[in-house]
Design a protein around this ligand. Sequence first.
Ligand code: ADP
Length: 637
Amino acid sequence: MKPNKFINALCRLWLGLILYVFSLYCIAEYSVTDNQKPYYSQLNILSYKHFKQGRYSDAYKTALLAKKEAISKGSQKNLARSLSNIASVNFMLGKTEKALKFYLQSYEISKNIDDLIGIESTLNNLSGIYLRLESHQEALKYIKQLPVLNGVDRPNYQKTVAYNALIGLYSVTNQLELANYYSSLSFTLYKTYKDDFSEYYFLNSYASLLSQENKHLLSLKIYKDSELIAIANKFDGLQVTALKNQGQKYFEMGSYDKAEEVVKKAIQMAVVLNMESQLLQLYTLRKNIFLKQERYKESSFLYEQIIELKNIISGESVKQLAEITKIDWLVEETQTKLTQSKKDHKILELQLERQRKNQLIWLICIISFVIFILFFYYRRNTKKEIYRQRSVNKQLKELDRIKDRILKNTSHELRTPLNGIVGLSEVILTNDENKVNKSTLDMVRLIKSSGEQLSLIINDILEMSKSRSGAITIINAEFSLTDLVSDVIKVCEPLATEKNIEIKFSQSDTREIIILDKTRLQQILFNVIGNAVKFTDKGQISVSFYRKNTELALEIKDTGIGIPTNKIDRIMEGFEQVDSSDTRSKQGSGLGLAISRNICIALGGQLNIQSSLGKGTTVTISLPIYNNKKDSENAQH
Ligand code: ADP
């Protein structure tokens, strides 16, 4: 093999080895934790695993984490488990008081949530501590609270655990009858359901009871039986205990050689298994055996080893304790900091809230003040404006009245001399036709037609002032609408024919006799049809009417020049023309439509104009009509 190939293979081997070790580590690390379980539960399992392996500070840290998680997730069960784990670590390191405190807390929580496993384990632990402290009464108090001893149906394993604990306790306190009673119970039980673990513990308790009763040989035999169970099940740790118990028994019986034999074996196993506390007990026992065998040299050598082991154990324990105290201190410090920062945060929040409230109040005050000022200012201005408008309206109305009066009076005053002028012109034209020359006659004719024109305008003005003041007298009578419309068309037709325009008349109702003010309707039609002819230069004019119940609708449509939409309303008010220039081509006073609309209103109807510039105008007149004379007379009043 070439050197570089060799190095390559070596590298691959190395990598493979690392991967293999790593995967083994992963399996070992996570095989205990069940990944399906919640995080806090996994932490508790891990803490227990550390505890079993003697890594107390890791166990403590993990249990603290589990506790925090359980609190934040609200799992009471796991909180109890974590407290129990914390207690176990404390107990192992000699902090008995702290251990008791945490076990009791865990017990209370388990009891509150009815967690039987939690209750059983904490009760066992509590009684175990008191047993070590040799407070037998206290230990008994907790054992007696075990659910299985209070009639709660529990699995056989839990029952034997409880019975065995009682056997041990009653043996120690020399209440042998009771110890025997529970040993018979435990015996029947494990015989019926056969569990090696339970059997081992039963045999151990039973053997200690027998030894208490001075039945040493039988006790020794039972310890041996318990060893056989441990061997069969590969309970190595338990085998060490069984051997130690046998050694103790041989020692008590004075068989020192036998005792040395079994204790030696136990020591070898305990060293392999790293069972420090068991080793300590075994060394002590062996030292005592050597003393009895007068092997002083070996005894003193063992004594040194005992001291060393004790130092190691206590040194380790002191180290772990210091580490745990450090963790405790850190946790406490973080908690204090957290509480302080929470307090600070709360204070800050309160201050901010107060500040925000103050700002809000100020803002509301300022806005209210501004709104108040604006409102006050607005009210003052509106009031002023209203007063101003009222007085302007008043003035305008007064002016309008004055204008109407002047117009009326002037028109009235003008009418008499004008009638005189027209009348005299007529007289000259009829009587003196032959006496004056032709040019004078033409001038007289001109005077007459101008007079008539002027008279028409004056009549319009008078009509307008009448209709505005509501002084129109209505005289309803029966007449034929077709005849009336036809007559009006006939009068307007010459001008239309002159402009080559056709006036079409259509009626959709044959009931042409109506009751209405004929003269007024005629006046309206003259105005509207006259306008249509006046303002149409090509196309046609159509006049139509129809009746609907008690309503008459007339429509006059032309294809003339049209009216701009923005002027329609003003035209209806009067004195307004689309073309108001001095050079306008069409004559008129600008009053016809306004008078017609006022008459329509006086008759109880309305007049509407729709027009589009350059396309034509449609005037719609709607009027109420009466079925009989009586109704029409009532309406007149
Ligand atoms: P006038 O005596 O001036 O015709 P009117 O009140 O009848 O008075 O009409 C007012 C103005 O409305 C007219 O001068 C004209 O500008 C406009 N007008 C009325 N009817 C029509 C129409 N059919 N087509 C176009 N313009 C019209």
